[in-house]
Design a protein around this ligand. Sequence first.
Ligand code: SF4
Length: 571
Amino acid sequence: MPGKIQITVARSAGFCPGVKNAIDKVLELAKDRQRTIYTLGPLIHNKQVIETLKEKNILSVKSSDEIKEKGAILVIRAHGIPPEEEARIRALDLEVVDATCPLVKHVQENIRDHARKGYSTIIVGDRDHAEVIGLMGYAEGRCFVVDGPEEIRKLPRLEKANIVAQTTQEGDVFLEAAEAARGICGELSVSNTICNPTRQRQKETVEFSSKSDLVIVVGGKNSANTARLFQICARLAKSAVHIEKEDELRPELFEGVSSVFITAGASTPSWMIEKVLEKARALAESRENRLLEPLSFAWKLFITGSLYTAVAASALTYVCMKLEGAPVSGALLLMAGLFAFSLHSANRAGERGTAAPDRARKLLFIKHKTASARISAVCGAAAIFLSAALGWKVFLTAAFFWAAGMIYPLKLPRGLDKFGAFPASKDIVTALGWAFICAYAPALWHGGALNKSTHLAVLFAFLLVFARSVLFGISHAHSDMIVGNENFYKAAGPRVTYLTLFSIFVLLSGILLLLKESGWRPQLSSELLTGLIYYLGLIILFFSGRIPERITAETLIDTQFILLALLARLK
Ligand code: SF4
């Protein structure tokens, strides 16, 4: 029987920060405005993403002359454009949004500053690439573009020259070109402007390609940086393939293979890499064990279909009941599960990625869209019905938060659209809903709503669910799904987000210590404190950049509630 195939995905794979920023910018614009958004050239070299953007009324034009609407939005993409072109479009009746990558701007400034001091410019790159065309515009007319050391030798002698790299250039090619340039220049300034994300990607590619049997490079066939990455892999690996979509993977590729490395160009979205990983795993598994593929798909359905979230909400309710000293009520556990399932699946149906959904999402939210919506509504109604049986206070709380949760993702008429428009609103509203249903409803039912332990349990649940929602946001952003300012991660940025997540860990530990010191269920507090180590481990995992793909990430995040419930039961 053939051995297990080890599959490694490049940590640097997925949109580079420049591309991610440009896409986020246009998607934010598309969300708020009714007007068509034009981009000067395709936003990125990836057919599938361009198609999805088209559906959102984001169109690519070759020139501003093609735009007939007055006051339309025109976006300068991450590659940048020449300064004369920028001045020209800014003089037109258009709203110009500059999404040039800051790292490209840095190269533009480098070229302009040197050119003003009398240096000629040598760019090591592709002369037809948009970034290079933009850079040439800053060289004040004295510019040469070469593809490597060979072409440098054909240049005339230059008194003063500044040699720079296209940001996605291969490191060795640039260094050899700079060496060759010393022979034809009186004075040479060497500016290695290959951007950091590209360096990291290339370093990782070299390291893993040389020890892998098969390298899969994912990205558009017309993407220069993907083609360059593929050249490196083809040189170093036993075998390498460049694919645009997962359908291009064939079982024969995996024959006799024991290690696979998957990497991707700067304009390849993470969801595309995940699909390729999914297919590669399926092909590898079908070679090893035909049983695992349906099991893995069933788990995807369970997670995408919000069933695991429902279990997590019931688990948190159980923990809160224990914290409050309320008797455990099966009806309340069921109500919390139905409540979370209904809202989560309704919200999930509206979540967007930058491209076609995966198989589980397609099945649930496209093929069986109506059935899914009905199940979500029926479960919501069942939750409200159960809450009514638990008393009018529980009913009012459940009805209010269920209605708020359902209204939240809707596009409201003008005037009312401020509701839910504040930064981090999604994480706050979710945490409030869960805290009231999982922690406050048991106290309302049991009659201990004013107890100190109830207040602490509500705060405990709020903080834990807020952190959960933030981690979901990070995971979604990492998977190149559309994450707006309604997510804390997007609104506050990575540094503040992780600081907040670590502070929440300290606060949660503080609450449990307070309960322990006050003699209120000290054993339970100790068990839950042990459970918080899992939460700390999750934050460290995310913080270190080892964010797993979406399904694994969501599984790991929601498991914390189940773990806490098990610990609470053991005490
Ligand atoms: S490859 Fe580098 S310079 Fe180019 S857009 Fe991406 S981050 Fe910016």
